[in-house]
Design a protein around this ligand. Structure first.
Ligand SMILES: Cc1ncc(COP(=O)(O)O)c(C=O)c1O
Length: 367
């Protein structure tokens, strides 16, 4: 099977993991601090707080801002469901908003139309390695006094106007889940330039205290700690990041060039203010169902776009989402037409050539 995405894991991770077994510290300690430091160097964020996954990092970001019951938070309709579930976890209500047809990121003009007296924050998602329009989002947030939490779960390495995504709002979140550009298996990171928000996030993930080993708790908190095993894998992955990003760019460009003459398979638009990371290489086509089935017959795995939030069975019939009964023509359309092709660092040249050949064959047979 040619996987749509798989991590690049080898002996290099073992070298860092050996440091953990040598130290005998398994719970977060020095390697976690090192990994957080590497994340700050990469992104330019003043603070980085490692957590067990990106979902709880989003939850803590909202809690740190005091968002909770009675509040509304605007999220794009086209995203992985964790963006909205983290809002629910914080006790607030996610308000879905359609996305732009070119970048697939939140439509800021439509977002303005969803604002009510309860709206406290907006969560732009930097989808598939692009950036949301942070200029417009900041203007909107300023106008309505909203806080910005960037969901950069898919955005490591992505910059918008030369600044790393996740550092442009009040807080930003990275994910290191197994399918991300780099991974720790599970893992998340809160980024912020705000000292107070950083210490609130740290306390939230550490049972409401500033350090481990003290038993007087200033706040009510949780246990979302990282582990040294995750940090070891993360350190090793971080060292590979630039190679992974470059290789994915080569893969993306080869697909784009090789498939350029297929006018039924359209490449995605890249905003020229964004330096993307081609976490996924995606195309739009009216034939994605048949195309993905055809490729699977040759053991080529592809991925459809995220199922729009407003259609999710778990939200659709839930009273809480009555306010979300709007139209979402763009997310519905790109869900129907989006397909992501194999684009792992580990994809071999001959495998990519085979994928391209099969796609050409599919369209030649069909039209
Ligand atoms: C857009 C988006 N938001 C949030 C998450 C949640 O991150 P995690 O899986 O680390 O909890 C993910 C990915 O998994 C994601 O793709």
């Amino acid at each position: 099977m040619i996987n749509q995405i798989e991590p690049w894991i080898n002996e290099e991770e073992l070298v860092e993991l050996k440091r953990v077994t040598d130290s005998t510290f398994l719970t977060e300690a020095n390697l976690t601090r090192e990994f957080e430091g590497m994340t700050r160097s990469l992104t330019g964020a003043k603070h980085s707080i490692a957590m067990m996954n990106g979902t709880v990092a989003l939850f803590c970001s909202m809690k740190a801002l005091g968002i909770g019951p009675g509040d509304e938070v605007i999220v794009p309709d086209m995203t992985f469901i964790a963006t909205a579930n983290a809002v629910i976890m914080a006790g607030a209500k996610p308000i879905f908003c359609d996305v732009y047809p070119d970048t697939f990121c939140i439509d800021v003009e439509r977002a303005e139309g969803t604002i009510s007296e309860h709206t406290k924050a907006i969560i732009p998602v930097h989808l598939y390695g692009q950036s949301a329009d942070m200029v417009k989002i900041k203007i909107l947030a300023h106008k309505y006094n909203l806080r910005i939490i960037e969901d950069a779960a898919q955005g490591i390495g992505v910059t918008f106007e030369n600044r790393h995504v996740g550092t442009l709002g009040d807080l930003g979140v990275l994910s290191f889940y197994g399918n991300k550009t780099i991974t720790c298996g599970e893992g998340g990171m809160v980024l912020t330039n705000d000292d107070e928000l950083a210490s609130k996030c740290y306390r939230l993930k550490n049972h409401g205290r500033d350090k481990k080993g003290i038993f007087v708790h200033e706040d009510i908190g949780y246990n979302f700690s990282f582990t040294e095993m995750q940090a070891a894998v993360g350190i090793s992955q971080m060292k590979k990041l630039s190679k992974i990003i470059s290789r994915k760019k080569v893969i993306h460009e080869l697909y784009r060039r090789a498939l350029a003459n297929l006018d039924r398979l359209l490449p995605v638009h890249i905003d020229n203010r964004t330096e993307p990371v081609y976490w996924f290489t995606s195309f739009l086509s009216d034939d994605v169902d048949e195309l993905s089935k055809y490729l699977l017959e040759s053991d080529i795995q592809t991925r459809r776009f995220f199922y729009p939030l407003h259609l999710q069975p778990c939200y659709k019939n839930n009273e809480m989402f009555a306010a979300n009964k709007r139209n979402f023509p763009v997310s519905e359309d790109i869900y129907k037409r989006g397909i992501s092709l194999p684009s792992s660092y580990t994809l071999k040249e001959e495998e990519q050539t085979f994928v391209i050949k099969k796609i050409e064959e599919f369209y030649a047979n069909r039209y």
